[in-house]
Design a protein around this ligand. Structure first.
Ligand code: AKB
Length: 337
């Protein structure tokens, strides 16, 4: 197949599977996938080649490919990263560093900017207190960037590394025409919710876990307080935002890192929606202090006005459309309720 060659790392993950499906539907891409796992049936036939194994050790393999675009999705999420900090650093930072160096090398050598798409996170923020969290409301990209978690530190640092490789690497004189650099574009995602898969290792996982449990009539004990509020987004909107920023003309982008938002809800508002949709739902709140602390350090909401202005970002799913047009119809089909 001709067209652009795309690498998707973490292809077996929640975002990866849908992204590969959508790229394949869009057409015009040769998709190379990479993951620790073998490909699930959902995307097996859509990948031209699959590289299985640890990215940090497999990096040499990728120097043989002429990638136009790299989606680097592989990561250890916030709750898991907090338990295995060194491993998280290796996966989240060393893996990213290796791929950035590869993209920077190829961009400069072949004078063709490799697009590097990076999912960052609301974990890059760190609110010092609940009072600050409540009064800050929707935060802008440059505010409160003091993450409390290993995962958040990793994401924020990788945003900086990507910006460095795309703007300053090589340290040309400020007046000199810069060489061709890689084209780094990051999105700070809120908690993502899919009707088809469940996340693992994250701390925003209580949202999707609660809804999937309710849909199956299973009891769910929520690991954060009922009044805990952060922003969430439907998985189709996350994929839409990745494809939009991939296609956005470089000259329209005034930043390397953008917030994207859809709706912000408390855990109790999730419970109320779940109980309304599934009368047998049994949801209780038993906060886990460590995980509660992580979510308390994340902002209640994010301000995505820069993305809306620069590349016309707009989510398709507000909270009502998320439940009525996406989550509930799909989940009812899935669990037959
Ligand atoms: C996590 O909970 O770690 C992720 C995230 C918000 O980035 N879902």
């Amino acid at each position: 197949m001709s067209g652009k060659q795309v690498l998707v790392t973490g292809a077996c993950g929640e975002i990866g599977q849908v992204l590969v499906q959508e790229l394949s539907k869009k057409g015009g891409y040769r998709i190379v996938t990479a993951d620790m796992m073998s490909l699930p049936d959902s995307i097996k036939n859509l990948s031209a080649e699959h590289v299985q194994g640890d990215l940090v050790y497999k990096i040499k393999t990728f120097y043989d490919y002429d990638f136009d675009i790299i989606f680097h999705l592989a990561a250890s999420l916030s709750s898991k990263a907090e338990i295995a900090t060194e491993e998280a650093h290796r996966i989240n930072v060393e893996g990213t560093m290796q791929l950035l160096m590869l993209a920077a090398y190829r961009s400069e050598k072949y004078k063709k900017a490799v697009k590097f798409l990076f999912p960052s996170s609301i974990a890059a923020y760190g609110m010092p207190s609940l009072e600050a969290k409540h009064s800050a409301g929707a935060v802008k990209e440059e505010d409160w960037d003091n993450p409390h978690t290993m995962y958040g530190c990793n994401k924020l640092y990788c945003e900086k590394l990507g910006t460095y490789y795309s703007k300053y690497y090589g340290q040309k004189h400020l007046d000199e025409k810069p060489p061709v650099m890689l084209d780094f574009r990051a999105l700070r995602f809120p908690g993502l919710i899919s009707a088809f898969t469940l996340p693992s290792g994250g701390t925003s996982d209580y949202g999707p876990e609660m809804l999937h449990a309710a849909a199956q009539g299973k009891p769910y004990s929520c690991f954060v307080r009922a009044d805990t509020k952060i922003s969430f987004m439907a998985m189709p909107d996350a994929i839409k935002s990745l494809l939009m920023i991939m296609d956005a003309p470089r000259e329209k982008l005034t930043a390397n890192v953008y917030n994207v938002a859809a709706f912000a809800l408390t855990a109790d508002e999730f419970r109320q929606r779940a109980v309304k949709a599934f009368s047998k739902a049994r949801i209780t709140f038993e906060p886990n202090p460590r995980r509660q602390g992580i979510v308390d350090s994340w902002p209640e909401d994010v301000d995505d006005s820069l993305a809306r202005a620069d590349w016309k970002w707009k989510p398709d799913y507000d909270v009502d459309r998320f439940f009525d047009d996406y989550f509930l119809p799909e989940i009812r089909k899935r669990y037959g309720k």
